[in-house]
Each structure stands twice: as structure tokens, then as C-alpha cells.
Design a protein around this ligand. Structure first.
Ligand code: 6R9
Length: 652
């Protein structure tokens, strides 16, 4: 990426200091950066002591065979014990672990003592099904407490889980079952989506007819919707309430090696078959736990934490299950969508449970902006004290809207950069320390080494752009790609020698703070200039009529690529308004310079997104270049593409 892209840096001068009271009682202060800098491994060894080990590790990092890391290798621990039992033993059995809110409005309150019983029973049930330490279990469930219980039950018996988003197709499920060679699948008859039951079990039945899934001997089925017409294979399928409910409520956890596999989670990437990202036990839990404590300043006795992600996304693994529960948090688990039955549903939940820390994705914030400021204004959101964002670069306008309309212009916003591969948050402000900048993830956390390099792997000076790299191993790093060490080396460690290549473009501003610019595959080349999709999108979103934008480079005979923007307008704006497109083009030119002016701007009603809310620019590129659409299996809603195509002006 050339330095040319720098000319496009959006000028963002707004700054927000941490609230004084928060800073005064913050879990982590500026000192942590100093400590970690002076002794990085000593710092992580100290964080590992946040956990209960059956055998304390004496060794912190074994990097003798890079990039295959071993953290805390001679230590032994049980993850479920750390997330559940130890809190009960510490007298916190009555503390609420999960406030579950189902989409139809049904609720369950699950204390740590309840969770201990449920996880113990589920662990016995899996053992009865023949699951042993090391066997893989696929989990294909809606956002219901059994998803959390299943993950912890697997961890308790050392059986790595592999979650597949409910809503992925039978094909996607079959590929993942096959690759991990899963022995058991945990699913439900269905879940609720937008007020209606939506079946899950039929996809499992179909997946299990595909070659390569023969080793699945049992399917454990939760009854959630009670819907009819659920197929049943005798001898293979078993109801959760028949098997789990009759198990003993006590279960003795066994300690596993720190490097014992904890889970596999598939990321689709842009090409090729999905990559099974492997995470292990001690290092993963150390960093998930520490980052949750540090970035969200969690006070377990008084906070109510809510991460809106699906458990099938890494964000759900680390910040619904392992981080919060290892810290003894009280949290909300919500099954449904933000707009069902009304567009204020999330804010109603914040009010109802007194949520103090909210962690969500830019896509949800931009949707709320589109629906209008008056909706959150109807609810009491005064319990909130910290807001987090993850999943995509957050446009400065969306950041400021989030702080103002959800956080009453009072709460810090922490923009957290990380990946399935990194396991936990890597780059983020600390809410009691960092003066925040809208749109920037800013600084690597204590103990994390990240920077921006140029094509030749040289660190760029402040004020320049390039590629984001991680220069030292970290505890929750992926250990490999399941079954494919070579692909692990090729994908992450071959681009820049000795450095982890994250696949994201980034730049450092004049203060050395990091700004993420989107996936490098998405960077556009226009008349010899590299232009980041993120910056053009942020410029568009800074126009009062635009709620959301997705920008792609489409092949162009004159300029190599031409910028093509798809925009969703804010509530009230009219897509047919005369001169609107010209007004938006001029706005981008003014913000970023004429080179970044989109050639085409197309107002649309929806954008194609993955289940975790990321815009699938690859599909928009197919549209912009009049190609047949590529793989749409990881799309939330495939009808979106038909909708967009039907809205396009003919042969423009
Ligand atoms: C946690 C998660 C990882 C990719 C990552 C980057 C994008 C995530 C971001 C962000 C800018 C942030 N990403 N957080 N970009 N700012 N705060 O999202 O994991 O689903 O594996 O995606 O998401 O492009 O490389 P995953």
C-alpha cells in the first residue's frame, strides 16, 4: 500500500477524555503498559494467575518452534471449573450468571449454582454418549442457555467444540462437521427469529446424509420451539430433556494440559474452504479473562454485561462465554434480533436488566441510526457506563452517534480490534486511561505488540499507512489451522518474516494511534492511488442523509478500478431526491479529495452481510462488475442480493 492513501486520512479532531470517576477506580491503569513493556512474559504470567490452576505453570512461553506457540505448557486447569465452580466455591452461587431473554419474551434467570448443575449434567450426558477427551462436538444451536451450557460441558470433559451458526445451511454445517470429524452434534428443533419459529434440526438431518459425516453417532436435540414435523432417527437422535435431565448434578472436573484443544471455530475467509481456527486452554482463557476485565473494566459485583453477538461468532465465545464467566460476571443473553417485535427491543432490554456495559457491532449501531434517534430516546439507558464496538471499522459518525444517543455523551466508547485467530481483544482503548478518538482502535493492549509495516516489512513512521502486523506471540493466539499446519504458515506467517499478518490495512496517525482501514483484499486501486474502502464509507456516513455505506472497486478501463458505493439512507431521506447522488459525490470529494469521489452511487435498502454483521464486499463487486454472484452460503439473508439487483438502474 503506498503512502498515497494517507492523503485520504479523514481529519478527525474530536477527543473524549475518560470520565474522572471511572479513571479513579479503573481495574487497569496506565501502569499496566509500563509493566508489560518492562517484562512482557512476566506480565502474562501474572495474568495467568487470575485463573485457578490445578498445577500452576512454571513456564510462560515456549517459542522454540515458531510460529507454533506453547503458553503455560506445564500448567493444568479445567476451563469449566474456572468459569463456574470456583465462583460457587467462593460463595457466589446465588449470583446471576445469565439473564436469558428469549425472542418471544420468555425469560430464565440462571445463577452460578444453577449453571454448575446444568453444566455437570450435560457433561455426564456427553460422557454417556461416548464422548471422550479430545473428541470433537459440533454445536448448532440458537442463542439459548443450552448453547452456553453445551460449550462449558464440552470444555469440562476436554472435548473441543465447534460451533456453527444456527442459520448456516446444511452444506456449511456438513463441511464443518466433516473437517473437524465431529462425533456428536448438539442442536435444537428450532429457534425464534422475527417472531416465528425457524427450524434447525432439518439442516442437521440433511447435513448428516453428506459424505464425510458418518462418524456422527449421536444428535442431542434441545426442545426450544416445540414445532411439529421434526424428523427423528431412532438410535441416533436423543432429546436433551430425556438424556440430560436425568443425570447427576455433581460432576468432578478433570484438569487438562494448558495446550489441550478447547475449540475449533471456522472462519470463511474470502476464498477456499473454511479454516478451522484452533484455540487451546490456558493461554486462551488467560487472555479472554484479562481483556474482559481490562477493556470493559468489569466490576462483577455490580455490573450487568451484555455482548449482543451470537455465540457462534468468536465474539460470543470470548465475550459471552469464556471472558465474562471466568470473571464471575452477570450478563444478558438475548435470543433474537434488534427489531423484533419493535425497533426499540435492545434498549428495552438495557432498561429492563440495568445493563451497564454494552458490546456490539458497527452494523447494529448504523441500523439504529437509520431507524432514528427517537427510538432509543424512549428508554432509560442511564445504567450504561461503557460501550464497546467490534467486527468492522466503526465510522467516526457512528461512533459519535453511539456515544451520544446510547451513552448520553457520557460513556467511553471502546473500539476493539481482534480476530477469530487472535482469540481475544488485541487493540483497544482502555476506558479509564485512554483519551478516545472516534473511529480509531488506537493502542495495543498491555502485553500485545502490534504495528503497521510497508511492503518490505519495515515499520512505517507515524502518519503513514500499510499493513497491520503482530510482532510478538500472545497467549490466546491460534495454535494452527485444524489439520493443516502448512496453511497456517502460508496464511499468516509467510507474508512478513517472523510477523503475524492479520490481512487488514491500517495506518498510524501523528500520535502513533492505529486506524483500521478494512481487509487488504478490499483496498481499491484508482489511477495509481490506493484508497481504503473504510475511508470512503466513513466519508459517506458523515453525510446527514446516509446511515450506512459499502464501497467497492469495480474494474474500469480508464482508472484500473472505479469507486462504486452502495448506500442506505437514514430514515426520512428519499432515494429518488433530485441531485442526491451528486450531493453525496461532492461530499466525498470535499472530505477526502477528488481522487476518492465515487464514480457510481447506488441507494439500496439493504446490504449483504455475514451472520456477524460484516459487509460482504465481494458480492457487491460481483454486482458492480456484472458477474454472477459467488458463494452466498455465509450470508444472513440471501434474498438481500435479489433485492439489491432489482433496485439497480438497468445497464448503467
Ligand atoms: C472479532 C472479529 C476479524 C476481522 C478483522 C477486521 C475486522 C474486527 C474490528 C475490525 C476494524 C475493529 N474487525 N474488529 N476492523 N476495527 N474494531 O470480528 O473476528 O469475525 O474473525 O473478523 O474483522 O477486518 O481482521 P472475525
Amino acid at each position: 500500500m503506498s503512502n498515497e492513501s494517507l492523503a485520504n486520512l479523514l481529519k478527525e479532531e474530536r477527543r473524549f477524555a475518560p470520565p474522572a470517576a471511572l479513571a479513579a477506580s479503573a481495574n487497569v491503569t496506565a501502569e499496566a503498559y509500563e509493566q508489560a513493556k518492562a517484562d512482557r512474559l512476566g506480565f502474562w504470567a501474572a495474568q495467568a494467575r487470575r485463573l485457578s490452576w490445578e498445577t500452576e505453570p512454571t513456564e510462560t512461553l515456549d517459542w522454540s518452534n515458531p510460529p507454533f506457540a506453547k503458553w503455560f505448557a506445564d500448567g493444568k486447569l479445567n476451563v469449566a471449573y474456572n468459569c463456574v465452580d470456583r465462583h460457587v466455591e467462593n460463595g457466589l452461587g446465588d449470583r446471576v450468571a445469565l439473564h436469558f431473554e428469549g425472542e418471544p419474551g420468555d425469560t430464565r434467570t440462571i445463577t452460578y449454582a444453577d449453571l454448575q448443575r446444568e453444566v455437570s449434567k450435560a457433561a455426564h450426558a456427553l460422557t454417556e454418549l461416548g464422548v471422550k477427551a479430545g473428541d470433537r462436538v459440533a454445536i448448532y444451536l440458537p442463542m439459548i442457555p443450552e448453547a452456553v451450557v453445551s460449550m462449558l460441558a464440552c470444555a469440562r470433559i476436554g472435548a473441543p467444540h465447534s460451533l456453527v451458526f444456527g442459520g448456516f445451511s446444511a452444506d456449511a454445517l456438513a463441511t464443518r462437521i466433516n473437517d473437524a470429524d465431529a462425533r456428536v452434534v448438539i442442536t435444537a428443533d428450532g429457534g425464534y427469529r422475527r417472531g416465528k419459529p425457524s427450524a434447525l434440526k432439518p439442516a442437521v438431518d440433511e447435513a448428516l446424509t453428506r459424505p464425510g459425516t458418518e462418524n456422527v453417532r449421536s444428535v442431542l436435540v434441545v426442545r426450544r420451539t416445540g414445532q411439529d414435523g421434526i424428523g427423528w432417527t431412532e438410535g441416533r437422535d436423543v432429546w436433551w430433556h430425556d438424556l440430560v435431565d436425568r443425570q447427576p448434578e455433581q460432576h468432578t472436573p478433570q484438569a487438562f494440559d494448558a495446550e489441550h484443544p478447547l475449540f475449533i471455530l471456522y472462519t470463511s475467509g474470502t476464498t477456499g474452504k473454511p479454516k478451522g481456527i484452533l484455540h487451546t486452554t490456558g493461554g486462551y482463557l488467560t487472555q479472554a479473562s484479562y481483556t474482559h476485565h481490562a477493556v470493559f473494566d468489569l466490576k462483577p459485583e455490580s455490573d450487568v454485561f451484555w455482548c449482543t453477538a451470537d455465540v457462534g461468532w468468536v465474539t460470543g465465545h470470548s465475550y459471552i462465554v469464556y471472558g465474562p464467566l471466568s470473571n464471575g460476571a452477570t450478563e444478558v443473553l438475548y435470543e433474537g434480533t434488534p427489531d423484533s417485535p419493535h425497533q426499540g427491543r435492545w434498549w428495552e432490554i438495557v432498561q429492563k436488566y440495568g445493563v451497564t456495559i454494552l458490546y456490539t457491532a458497527p452494523t447494529a449501531i448504523r441500523a439504529a441510526m437509520k431507524w432514528g434517534d427517537d427510538i432509543p430516546a424512549k428508554f432509560d439507558l442511564s445504567s450504561l457506563r461503557i460501550l464497546g464496538s467490534v467486527g468492522e471499522p466503526i465510522n467516526p459518525e457512528a461512533w459519535v452517534w453511539y456515544r451520544k444517543h446510547i451513552g448520553a455523551d457520557r460513556t467511553p466508547v471502546v473500539d476493539t480490534w481482534w480476530q477469530t485467530e487472535t482469540g481475544s481483544i488485541m487493540i483497544s482503548p482502555l476506558p479509564g486511561v485512554t483519551e478516545t478518538k472516534p473511529g480509531s482502535a488506537q493502542v495495543p493492549l498491555p502485553g500485545i505488540a502490534a504495528t503497521v509495516v510497508d511492503d518490505e516489512a519495515h515499520e512505517v513512521p507515524d502518519g503513514h499507512g500499510g499493513y497491520l502486523v503482530l510482532t510478538e506471540p500472545w497467549p490466546s493466539m491460534l495454535r494452527t489451522i485444524w489439520g493443516d499446519d502448512q496453511r497456517y504458515l502460508d496464511t499468516y506467517w509467510s507474508r512478513f518474516e517472523g510477523k503475524y499478518f492479520a490481512g487488514d490495512g491500517a495506518k498510524k496517525d501523528d500520535d502513533g494511534d492505529i486506524w483500521l482501514l478494512g481487509r487488504v483484499d478490499d483496498v481499491m486501486l484508482v489511477s495509481g492511488h490506493n484508497i481504503s474502502t473504510t475511508e470512503v464509507e466513513s466519508a459517506l456516513v458523515s453525510h446527514p442523509k446516509v446511515a450506512e455505506a459499502a464501497v467497492v472497486g469495480a474494474a474500469d478501463p480508464q482508472t484500473t478500478q472505479a469507486i462504486c458505493a452502495f448506500v442506505i439512507l437514514r430514515g426520512g431521506a428519499d432515494a429518488g431526491e433530485e441531485g442526491l447522488v451528486e450531493e453525496l459525490r461532492a461530499h466525498v470529494a470535499k472530505q477526502l479529495g477528488p481522487i476518492a469521489k465515487p464514480k457510481r452511487i447506488l441507494p439500496v435498502a439493504e446490504l449483504p452481510k455475514t451472520r456477524s454483521g460484516k459487509i460482504m464486499r465481494r458480492l457487491l463487486r460481483d454486482i458492480a462488475e456484472n458477474r454472477t454472484l459467488g458463494d452466498v452460503t455465509t450470508l444472513t439473508d440471501s434474498s438481500v442480493m435479489d433485492l439489491i439487483q432489482s433496485q439497480l438502474p438497468a445497464a448503467s
